[in-house]
Write a protein that binds this ligand. Sequence first.
Ligand code: BG6
Length: 486
Amino acid sequence: MVSRVIPVESFDLVVFGGTGDLARRKILPGLYRRFLAGQVPDDARIFGAARAEMDDAGFRQFVAEAIAEFGGSASRAAEDVARFLNRLHYVAIDAKGDSGWADLAKAMRPGVVRAFYFSVAPALFGDLAERLHRHGIASPESRIVVEKPFGRDLESARALNATLAEHFTEHQIYRIDHYLGKETVQNLMAVRFANILFEPLWNARHVDHVQITVAETVGVGGRGSYYDKSGAMRDMVQNHLMQLLCLIAMEPPYRFDPDAVRDEKLKVIHALEPVGPDDIVRGQYRGAGKGTRGSYCDDAENPESRTESYIALRVNIANWRWKGTPFYLRTGKKLRARASEIAIVFKEVPHSIFGDEEGWRENVLSIRLQPNEGMTLSVMIKEPGPGGMRLTEVPLDMSFAEALGEDGADIPDAYERLIMDVIRGNQTLFMRGDEVEAAWAWTDPIIAGWEARTDKPRGYDPGSSGPEDALMLLHRDGRRWREIRE
Ligand code: BG6
């Protein structure tokens, strides 16, 4: 299979926070991989912008090292890297002052796409937006890309939206949720809307429940001060898991068009019911004894922390399609495996002609986000051999890497795809302002609820599947979580 690489127009891309961690690990190596794929035109230019004094040569050296460390399977051939580095420049800039802005203004070319990636603390978004205008750098066609966290509650998200709106229109603002850039997440839409097979069954009549799991093995060490103010609900559920839920639950948009897709997702968020305390389990990883290394409180450097490193929720959607089908969400750090999966668990057949079959299992469509991206549909078949009709469950298994051959083996990183979408001006995989606000409007009362009750998270062993209580969330409904495994 030959992959189709869609050419893009020439562009000037400025990465504010160009020497930061995200730029080093994701943005710049991602751009290099797109360059190798032929999507960075010869005259495109990428500017790193940050406070540190540095020249182009210093920045190129920084990027060369980032590619060496985080380039993945991309070519390290010296001439490839050198050709890419030629497109790179650096501007020392003060986000809160005036230095550097005139240099940046001078460097911009007329008539090409201009994109500004705000890979900086959200407190600087307003300053950057304002200065881009004051210095005549932003044009009506310019785009800005903003990273999460987009606010920490409805009020702050509204304020952020309002600040950006003073300088940019909604169609110029690209709010990144990198989960939307994951290949398998987009495949969710392809599976649903490019096949006749699933859609007739995709509703409360046929789906018993849905499980969304994003399990990580890493802890919060190194970013404890951010995480401790955030917790799994703000860090993962309000954005990534919510987006996954929307893509599973939304109605078919009339077209694969940015606003058509986002309108449908927004309707899902509006239809989410409030979640009460009995439908939430929060957890915190705890090593064997207090003060033991490997405990959340040590990693977060806050011995009294009540922040959750794990959360499981039972979520109901109050609309015609989903009334009565719960969505169980869980995500956590320091769990037994890095595994993200969406499982659509179908209902039992209305009547078994085989009698009470021991081996009977429900059909499950499981979509693996990472690792080993792929899809499995479990079906019941007859166990081979004579001696009556015994049933057994077998997987119809598809690994995207195997099914797509070479193309599948090299699945682009989420950031690569999203940055190219910015250059192309395609907002489909970015969150609209009203979507982010609606997500916070649902999240805020849930958080306020446990804060008012001063609930403490339940302890769980690092390397386990999470707190015991999370099992009960499903057991009491006569269901069970799927195993977390790679
Ligand atoms: C980030 C969160 O948005 O997503 C991190 O802030 C989390 O806490 C990360 O580890 C997970 O992303 P991925 O792509 O590794 O699943």
